[in-house]
Design a protein around this ligand. Sequence first.
Ligand SMILES: Nc1ncnc2c1ncn2[C@@H]1O[C@H](COP(=O)(O)OP(=O)(O)O)[C@@H](O)[C@H]1O
Ligand SMILES: O=P(O)(O)OC[C@H]1O[C@](O)(COP(=O)(O)O)[C@@H](O)[C@@H]1O
Ligand SMILES: [Mg+2]
Length: 508
Amino acid sequence: MASSDSDSQRKVLHGAAGYILEDVPHFNDYIANLPTYPNPLRSNPAYSVVKQYFVHMDDTVPQKVVVHKDTPRGVHFRRAGPRQKVYFKSDDVHACIVTCGGLCPGLNTVIREIVCGLSYMYGVNKVLGIDGGFRGFYSKNTINLTPKVVNDIHKRGGTILGTSRGGHDTEKIVDCIQDRGINQVYIIGGDGTQKGATVIYEEIRRRGLKVAIVGIPKTIDNDIPVIDKSFGFDTAVEEAQRAINAAHVESVSFENGIGVVKLMGRYSGFIAMHATLASRDVDCCLIPESPFYLEGKGGLFEFIEKRLKENGHMVIVIAEGAGQDLLTESMQAMDQKDASGNKLLQDVGLWISHKIKDHFAKKGKMAINLKYIDPTYMIRAIPSNASDNVYCTLLAQSAVHGAMAGYTGFTSGLVNGRQTYIPFYRINERQNKVVITDRMWARLLSSTNQPSFMRPKDLDEVKGKAEQSSTQLLVGNNCNDVGGTQKKEQPPTSGNHADNGIKTENSI
Ligand SMILES: Nc1ncnc2c1ncn2[C@@H]1O[C@H](COP(=O)(O)OP(=O)(O)O)[C@@H](O)[C@H]1O
Ligand SMILES: O=P(O)(O)OC[C@H]1O[C@](O)(COP(=O)(O)O)[C@@H](O)[C@@H]1O
Ligand SMILES: [Mg+2]
């Protein structure tokens, strides 16, 4: 993102022993003399018995929990939860909810829990659903959301509100918010959506409106940084097991059987990595962060031949963004984008299946039986599992508490197992990627026993970047570069060897 108003409005507080709080904006930052009210939860029988129910104003959560004896305390985020005082009277709240981007298990649970949280905890009755993503603000009718309407929606996949890509028109969206008298906006979506939420927040602030803009991170790819993981991710990994099992059954039932499974992951291979680690039936996992090649010594074909000779069958899991550089080399480059500006990827699963078949069709090679399974939309269209449902509930309730307490311009997110409020700029600054020099990828390699498929020059490059980035991380830990000069993300270059995902933080 280009430098914006919020860059100069970052709230970074420094404390003793290198403590840093990357705080989120509050109405008080740009509106003077706002009245406050006692939190209605004080007299709620469910909460009044809870000891220390209200979050202390000094409670913060560290971004890094692994520390050394002499390292500074580092970056912290504001702990989420209810505050003693709120900035809205229940009757004055007019909230709305919008879902944007691709589907993800748990969207309906988040919608349900925002509506129920506002109603049951804060006595708020005016909640609107925006139909069909950002463009729904100015081009569609709204839906009245009550606890009754949303009662059992968590049992359904998708989003009852509908979603879309593109259509983000900041002026029109903020005009609509203003015209309708909406004062809390809950925006559920991925990296693109959170950027959209940021510009809405900036325009709201520019107009001096008392409107809370709250993001709830949604991404099946787990590509949002800072947070431990995104909701729906566990459900997706679980569902992917069914496709991997099917590929395994097919492959063991035929001589030299090969099962190829494509999983989602545009720039981040988390689903493929975790589905592989969970399954134990996968012989080879290919992700966008780890370059590979097909022909010659140490290449994929050599490994397939070896595995088939050893075991007589094999399963390959490939993330949709893996090997895109190879595809563009061998196919005519397509530079198409979706309505949000995301690059449209070519079907790597189909491509690799053809390549493997062509290779083994050559004279003197063994005959193979290859089955290609593409469950990508199946794994994101299902309802969330039990643990994701709990996670969605916490995210939604935290978002509601934050908005009621007058915070704005933040994303509700789990950091080291605690609910926090994260400033938008931290969410937007980079994509979360699998770090292939980290232990998790090493665990995967040792579980599948696959080679790293890296040419010596790729390996040197990756190692070099890892060393460089660990130095950068140390600088980041010392926090000399937070609060103003932290590097902005480069445009994604999927499959590019120079973009091996070395600089990320959360690896689940
Ligand atoms: N840089 C941006 N500024 C404003 N709006 C954006 C930006 N990037 C994406 N959006 C909007 O956010 C919405 C969702 O983005 P998209 O990339 O499709 O999905 P996701 O949020 O899941 O990553 C779309 O309506 C898109 O127009
Ligand atoms: O075909 P669609 O609906 O554009 O979705 C495909 C994309 O959506 C995703 O599932 C998730 O992307 P977002 O969360 O950024 O929307 C990607 O893995 C995939 O490339
Ligand atoms: Mg996205």
